[in-house]
Design a protein around this ligand. Structure first.
Ligand SMILES: N[C@@H](CCC(=O)N[C@@H](CS)C(=O)NCC(=O)O)C(=O)O
Length: 88
């Protein structure tokens, strides 16, 4: 059986970069978990997992920390995102 890598996106509801990152993932047709960091404990969890990055979104695909929305779009422009989203 093949499974899509787990995708986690730390967000806040009003963040345009979050909307842009989520729109790209939706365009790719992949499911993702969204974690709202208005909860301070979840923001702390995001910072721990991302080596201290404070901005949203922070995006994780499988074990890999992709970074923010600009990083996700840049990865796609370089042709690396589709490969990362392939089912294992
Ligand atoms: N270059 C970053 C920019 C992200 C960004 O500036 N996000 C804003 C919210 S839309 C943020 O987290 N601001 C809070 C801060 O800068 O501490 C990306 O593409 O993800």
């Amino acid at each position: 059986m093949t499974t899509q890598p787990k995708i986690t996106v730390y967000t806040t509801p009003w963040c345009p970069y979050c909307h842009s990152a989520k729109a790209l993932l939706k365009k790719k047709g992949v499911a993702f978990e969204e974690i709202d960091v208005q909860d301070p404990a979840l923001r702390q969890q995001m910072m721990l997992k991302s080596q201290g990055r404070r901005t949203v979104p922070q995006i994780f695909i499988g074990d890999r920390h992709v970074g923010g929305s600009d990083d996700l779009h840049e990865l796609d422009r370089r042709g690396g995102l589709d490969a990362l989203l392939q089912p294992a």
